[in-house]
Design a protein around this ligand. Structure first.
Ligand SMILES: *Cc1c(COP(=O)(O)O)cnc(C)c1O
Length: 409
């Protein structure tokens, strides 16, 4: 049985050799890294690029680097590079600040675009920061927050809904929502569609322009591999840019920043969404990280991802009787992860890590195995499934050492 899996993995790896980008990444030996949806692996191009930014740009060229090394333009330039991966034509994505800040900014802008609507529709089990920020902005602008499961949204839409705020891929279950369909029904009542792409940017085609999304945000450090604390991105569809109200009207978003004018005048275009000085070391690390996607389109990454996640699931099914999956078997409903429910999920994740298979735990009971397709192979999916079987068979997940949880799970 296991031999079959090895053979099947080898066949699949041969069939998908064209999208194997492992040699563009630096990963330690002996580890199967299934946590690229929390912190993407290190692209090979990054250390040298960052050394250049520090040594030559900062160390030697100093302040002139704002002009000579394109520091000033970096938020929009890196935004365009991300735009290619999420289906946004140039001039609609800006990079800087965190996803939390970008979401806060986007929701305030949504409220300004829909001044007469009083309701925000969102999911009940979204990522905590999204729920907190939606609640916070709702208090600030006078919105009522209505929670709805994806299938309930249509029935709750009416002209009083200002915005529908959803995660394209659920961070726990990996559920992939119907972004085109939900965006279209939101538009039917005049509501704005605001999407969080943290678990889809760099992994799943999004098609922001093609589907008429209004506003979107996403992380730089997950599937985009920008490094710890990499800045986030915000998308403002071109048709909304002129009316985009920036709730944090910092000087980098000013129409003429070096005039040092007394009054704020928002810049034209996506620059209007800029705030203040971006974290350039991180921003330029992210820019070089994105070169790992050079010459590859997101549909190809997705095809590889679906093959890997489908094979990981079937390998687990083969080896672990009764595995309870939180992620869907249906390709159309699954992002780029396999999630398994188990009451001892935390212990399982720790025991797997001790065996070199790195995933993460998400409360209350989810073993989350993130599959960043560019640097993973089908052979590694078998290794991970075998490790899961071995952990459960030997009861390694019940080790009292796992009774206290680390601060970061
Ligand atoms: C990872 C993630 C975030 C993180 O937000 P930060 O501001 O970067 O901490 C937000 N939303 C979702 C859906 C995420 O998956």
């Amino acid at each position: 049985m296991s031999d079959d899996l090895d053979q099947r993995a080898a066949e699949l790896d041969r069939a998908h050799a064209g999208t194997d980008l492992r040699d563009r990444f630096l990963l330690p030996d002996g580890i199967v890294y299934l946590d690229g949806n929390s912190l993407g692996a290190l692209p090979k191009a990054v250390p040298e690029a960052v050394a250049d930014v520090i040594g030559r740009q900062w160390g030697t060229d100093l302040i002139s680097s704002w002009n000579t090394h394109g520091w000033w333009d970096a938020p929009a330039r890196v935004g365009d590079a991300i735009g290619r991966l999420v289906g946004a034509a140039p001039g609609q994505v800006v990079v800087g600040d965190s996803t939390s800040v970008r979401l806060f900014q986007s929701l305030h802008a949504a409220a300004a675009l829909r001044p007469d609507a009083r309701v925000v529709l969102t999911e009940p089990d979204g990522f905590p920061t999204d729920r907190y920020v939606v609640d916070g902005v709702a208090r600030q602008v006078g919105w009522t927050v209505v929670h709805a499961r994806p299938h309930e949204i249509v029935g709750l839409l009416n002209s009083d809904v200002a915005a529908v705020v959803l995660s394209h891929v659920d961070y726990r279950t990996g559920a992939l929502l119907d972004l085109p369909g939900l965006t279209a029904v939101a538009h039917e009542v005049g509501a704005l569609a605001v999407w969080d792409l943290c678990h889809s940017a760099g992994a799943v085609p999004v098609g922001l322009d093609a589907h008429g999304v209004d506003l979107a945000v996403g992380c730089g450090y997950k599937y985009l591999n920008g490094g710890p604390g990499a800045p986030a991105f915000g998308y403002v569809a071109r048709r909304h840019q002129q009316a985009f109200v920036n709730i944090v009207p910092g000087w980098h978003g000013h129409a003429d920043p070096f005039e040092m004018a007394d009054e704020y005048t928002g810049a034209p275009g996506i620059a209007r969404a800029r705030i203040g000085t971006p974290p350039l070391l991180s921003l330029l690390a992210l820019e070089s990280a994105l070169t790992a996607f050079d010459g590859v389109d997101i549909e190809a990454v997705r095809a590889r991802s679906l093959s890997l996640t489908g094979f990981l699931r079937s390998s687990i099914e083969t080896l672990v009787a009764g595995a309870d999956f939180a992620s869907s078997q249906d390709d159309a409903l699954r992002g780029s992860q396999v999630a398994v429910r188990h009451p001892a999920a935390y212990g399982i994740v720790q025991a797997l890590a001790a065996r070199g298979v790195v995933g993460d735990f998400r409360t209350p009971d989810i073993v989350r195995l993130g599959v960043a397709a560019p640097y993973l192979t089908h052979a590694e999916m078998v290794t991970a499934a075998r490790a899961l079987r071995a952990v459960l068979e030997a009861g390694e997940h019940l080790d009292p050492a796992w009774a206290t949880r680390n601060a970061v799970t």
